[in-house]
Design a binder for this molecule. Sequence first.
Ligand SMILES: [Cu+2]
Length: 482
Amino acid sequence: MSLAHPSLTRPGLTRRHLLQGGLALSAFGLALSRLPAAFAQDAEARLLTAGPGEARLLEAGQPATRTWLYDGVSPGPTLRARQGEEVFVRLVNNLPQPTTIHWHGIRIDNAMDGVPHLTQHAVAPGESFDYRFTVPDAGTFWYHPHDRSWEQVARGLYGLLIVEEPEPAEGIRDFAIVADDWRLGEDGQIDEASFGHMMDWSHAGRIGNTLTLNGQDLLEILVRHNAYMRLRLCNTCNARVLELRIEHPGIQLVALDGQPVEPRELTDGYIRLAPGERADLLIHFYREPGSTAAITEVSGGQRLEAGRFVYHPADRVIHHSEPNLRLPANPLPTNLDLGNALSVELLMEGGAMGNLAQAMHEGEMKDIRSLVGAGLAWSINGVAGMTEAPLFTAALGRTVTVDLVNDTQWPHAMHFHGHHFRVLERDGKPAESEAWKDTVLLDRQERAKIAFVADNPGKWMIHCHMLEHQAAGMTSWFVVEA
Ligand SMILES: [Cu+2]
């Protein structure tokens, strides 16, 4: 029931183990002589293998589902690192198509951001790629492919990257829930026929029919009376905006998108998470032994029980001192110089029931009919898909404000790479939350003004995290000068 937590660094790893790792890699067609120099220097790469596998997503007695997985498990292994440490992961691609890994929410070295055609070549089947970067912020992050992510994420490729604070809180259990909605056929297998279907791409995206928490149909988490838990939630759905309710009183929200927030109590245990978003919660299980608390999903207008906390019938926890989850701030650049900001407008158009008549694509103006023919349905500032030139270029250290305008009939979860931003306004009014985010949900016809300090040099994606919208044109990029 609980996620495996293999450590990223393996102190016990010896030279002999590394050699064996190298030999294993050569079986995939990688000549030993082509291994990077770092490998020969006793560096400890953690292998992470993407490949076909099976997952038991459904209740007992139902067939296993053929999926694509990291290291054969769903969700992929939870990677853990200490804040400021180096992460060194060797992605081995055993998939039948190219792939990459994007480390969502990590303010990363641009070369490690995992975006094909922008920061690296996609990793061909049978090849490997070394991701090596430091993690500046403590918090809850995740990893997933950035090549054909609409297919690869839907098939099960994702996992958490948890960055621990220098001094983890004592007396608080750390637990993570990865939520995904799968689209399965009657046979329990992934509905492959609907991949790339314009109906999904031009509407809400690929909405699944089977919700799992940690790859399980009904997740049961055993807790004890008086226990405290830091619960890390992550929405890895392709497109569903999850509306979760934890039916337990007194739940505190302590972080969003990996960044600490001023703790506040959730109303009725309700939290809404767009694809890609994370929330860290603090729960004190103070009900009586034997109690249960359901975790439900209500976005479809129905109360679907996806998991539950089950109190041990007798056990109680005794604390010698009251646990306190006070998360220290991360070293974000928070000094927004709004007076001298680079101001950018980002207009989102298109989709079903939208008014997009034409858009630029690959340098040509195309009408909606030919756009749809090319699998496109959305535009940013009148352009569908990636452009030669970036949307904007910011000098290093410059504050950037972006006015996001959702002129469509659909919600969009806009994700910025390499930076965290603050939402300053929604529909012209000051935003309620002072959180630092990497993804912001805009409801249909909503506007938001965000701001960040462009302090991370490189080429960075901006895209909708409804993965079908991204694939169908809602994607762009910006440059931060070195
Ligand atoms: Cu979207």
